[in-house]
Design a protein around this ligand. Sequence first.
Ligand SMILES: Nc1ncnc2c1ncn2[C@@H]1O[C@H](COP(=O)(O)OP(=O)(O)OP(=O)(O)O)[C@@H](O)[C@H]1O
Ligand SMILES: [Mg+2]
Length: 263
Amino acid sequence: MADELSIRNLHVQVEGKEILKGLDLIVRHGEVHAIMGPNGSGKSTLANTLAGHPKYVVTDGEILYKGESVLAWKPDERARRGIFLAFQYPMAIPGVTVANFLRTALNARRKAVGSNGAAKAVSIPEFRKLMLQRMEMLKLDPTFAARYLNDGFSGGEKKRVEILQMAVLNPEMAILDETDSGLDIDALRIVSEGVNALRGPQLGVLLITHYQRILNYIKPDFVHVLVNGKFAISGGPELALQLEEKGYDWLKEISPEEMGTGK
Ligand SMILES: Nc1ncnc2c1ncn2[C@@H]1O[C@H](COP(=O)(O)OP(=O)(O)OP(=O)(O)O)[C@@H](O)[C@H]1O
Ligand SMILES: [Mg+2]
């Protein structure tokens, strides 16, 4: 079976400036990889590039999802096929309710999963049951279903609703960009438990974070540190603890030869 996600020598430019400078990363089915690194090092650039944001131009390298190149796929096709991005800064969509948004997205995804687009659309009762069950899991008040997406939501509510989307859409490659930032202590635990409930052999996760704390709840298989557009070091969960203690400066002093080798 092909790896869930395979990134090779990825170079990405934004507005003509090179931000990612040769990334290699393999996520196998069922693995959780944490990505840490200083502000501006390129973490969200990687997330947006994987989701297919048009501003992020791949100038070299390859991104394979289940063995197929995604580079020619538009963002909606990537999403339908199971690549999911929880945004660092979720946008409000006034006029579109949470329920309508989720149902439309779920139907699009079901069509893609079903053979030659023949899968049946989810019925409204079936959808409501699924949505309410997932809301309960994330301790989200059911009244959120009728509210406009992210419109007037608190920072923490937005992050919870991002994970609600994940829980309803059932992706196979989930990229969570600082989902923990802005969550209070209880919400962090609830959201983490939600992600853990979705963990399984079909789901690969890229968990972007600044803080070791979420990794106490969502145990990563690997931790990678992005510095200035390249992975400076990779390791196990203990690396996150080391970073908490030592910061990032020692990594900036690693020689260029050692950079990106994962040693
Ligand atoms: N759309 C854009 N237009 C211009 N510059 C951009 C754009 N997106 C990213 N950049 C630049 O790319 C660099 C990397 O940004 P990115 O958002 O990927 O960092 P990050 O690692 O996610 O940081 P943070 O931890 O603060 O979220 C920054 O210097 C940023 O200003
Ligand atoms: Mg970011």
